[in-house]
Design a protein around this ligand. Structure first.
Ligand SMILES: Cc1cc2nc3c(=O)[nH]c(=O)nc-3n(C[C@H](O)[C@H](O)[C@H](O)COP(=O)(O)OP(=O)(O)OC[C@H]3O[C@@H](n4cnc5c(N)ncnc54)[C@H](O)[C@@H]3O)c2cc1C
Length: 445
């Protein structure tokens, strides 16, 4: 089978290398496409979209391949692999980035200019999927979500047309791309606002024994914090600890004296740690420091929830869950909102009022992970009492259905996204994503 106008590389089921071509980060996802179209240009993307639409083939879009639910793969359909779209350019404080890039690759280009994008907290996550969903990263409290920093995009729509999407051209589509996921077209490149970044901001991790975890989390969440400061509190059992611990990973973007004072305050509030790695750290190294907590080639599931302020009971139930987890890489992770996330622009993101994101992540090596996933669901349930209303669209797990996608948005936002979907993709071609059906739903077999 050939694709008219496509000059990339096609890998068909049965071809050598087909299995690698279908490899994504989460090995718990087993789907077998009919072919993988490795795109090198926007014209390849347009050709592949037209082909899938004309042939009635289910279509999936793969960028960084890190989506937990595995939307980058589709059974018996066409996977459009965007990893060949790698153009990248810094012009003043504006970044143009191809849709196939990972955040670590973006850092490598922007940081020598003294600039950083509001990108991912793990360097191997794709720019594309991350930005089109929530895009909550280390710079969020200071500079907003990735989507808040999205200035424009080039998009191939369901009819194969390439659009320049800017505030003055297709503004409805630009709004939808800033959090509405892959529902509206295939983005071939993004432009972002960049922000000044010190060569070595103060950053690192404090580690505490699980016996002190509840007390430390309570103190950290109560600490007044400048928008320059961000942290994650993670209950996990990393290989170097071999038992459950609390990791408080923190970053301060401000001038060295302010950063030192803030980190000293954090140390005073939390007491003696088992380990303290906070020091001046190149931002790229800091971004990579959590990569090993999410290795490729293993199996994962996740439940997430935007939360109101944490109370003692919630903190204690999370700590108890961490102690009961059967897999060392399973974790409970709290991330604060506030700052520029709370005051950000009008986008589909519907939880600017929330205080925290919790991610309950299940990891297992073989089989269907029954025990780990049961642990994950119970832990998540125990925190729902504090729900601010729903899930993070970027942290939806295996088999989470339309109700959970809907919960990621306010009803007004969901209705507005569905209306824009009706305009740009009325046949719901782009449905292998966190799907928002068009307002007048088409029938699919
Ligand atoms: C280890 C790890 C850490 C993470 N950390 C964070 C975090 O800190 N903050 C956060 O917000 N999220 C985080 N995520 C979630 C992540 O952002 C989402 O899962 C996202 O979908 C991954 O994007 P991707 O491009 O890597 O994935 P892919 O699986 O390639 O893409 C995901 C989906 O996005 C859509 N898509 C991708 N590219 C395009 C495109 N060019 N045009 C249209 N649609 C497209 C498609 O529907 C695709 O199926 C993390 C995930 C992992 C695994």
């Amino acid at each position: 089978m050939n694709i008219k106008g496509f000059s990339g590389h096609l890998v068909r089921r049965g071809d050598p290398g087909f299995e690698q071509a279908c490899g994504i980060w989460n090995r718990a996802v087993r789907r077998t496409p009919r072919l993988v179209a490795r795109c090198h240009t926007a014209a390849d993307v347009a050709a592949a979209v037209r082909h899938a639409a004309a042939e009635g083939l289910p279509l999936a879009v793969r960028a960084g391949g890190h989506n937990f639910a595995g939307h980058a793969l589709v059974d018996d359909g066409l996977v459009m692999d965007l990893r060949g779209l790698r153009a990248i350019r810094v012009d003043g404080d504006v970044l143009e980035a191809g849709a196939g890039l990972l955040w670590g690759e973006v850092d490598a280009v922007t940081l020598p200019h003294g600039l950083a994008a509001a990108g991912g907290s793990v360097s191997k996550v794709g720019v594309a999927g991350f930005t089109l969903g929530t895009g909550l990263g280390w710079l969020g409290r200071r500079h907003g979500l990735a989507a808040d920093n999205l200035l424009s995009a080039r998009v191939v729509t369901a009819d194969g047309e390439l659009l320049d999407v800017r505030p003055d051209a297709h503004p409805d589509l630009l709004w939808a791309l800033r959090g509405g996921c892959g529902n509206f077209g295939v983005v071939t490149s993004f432009t972002f606002r960049l922000h000044p970044m010190r060569a070595e901001p103060l950053a690192g991790t404090l580690m505490f024994p699980v016996e002190r975890a509840a007390e430390v989390i309570r103190r950290v969440v109560d600490l007044p914090m400048a928008d320059e400061c961000n942290y994650a509190a993670v209950l996990t059992s990393p290989p170097f600890a071999a038992k459950p611990v609390l990791l408080v990973t923190a970053l301060h973007l401000g001038p060295p004296a302010e950063a030192r004072a803030a980190m000293d305050e954090l140390r005073r509030a939390t007491g003696e740690p088992l380990l303290d790695t906070i020091k001046p750290t190149p931002f790229a190294a800091f971004q990579r420091s959590t990569d090993e907590s999410a290795p490729e080639g293993t199996r994962w599931d996740v439940r997430s929830e935007w939360l109101r302020p944490l109370d003692d009971a919630a903190i204690e139930s999370a700590v108890a869950a961490a102690r009961a987890a059967s897999s060392p890489l399973s974790e409970v992770l709290f991330r604060p909102l506030g700052g520029a996330i709370a005051t950000g622009p009008d986008t589909p993101f519907s939880y600017r009022h929330a205080s925290f994101l919790v991610e309950v992540i299940a990891n297992w090596a073989e089989g269907d992970g029954t025990r780990e996933r049961q642990w994950m669901r119970e832990t998540w349930h125990s925190l729902l009492r504090l729900s601010a209303g729903g899930a993070d669209v970027n942290h939806l797990g295996l088999g989470e259905g339309p109700d959970r996608v809907r919960s990621a948005y306010s009803s007004q936002v969901h209705d507005r996204l569905a209306a824009i979907k009706q305009v740009y993709d009325p046949a719901n071609l782009f449905r292998s994503t966190q799907n928002i059906p068009p307002s007048r739903q088409p029938e699919h077999p």
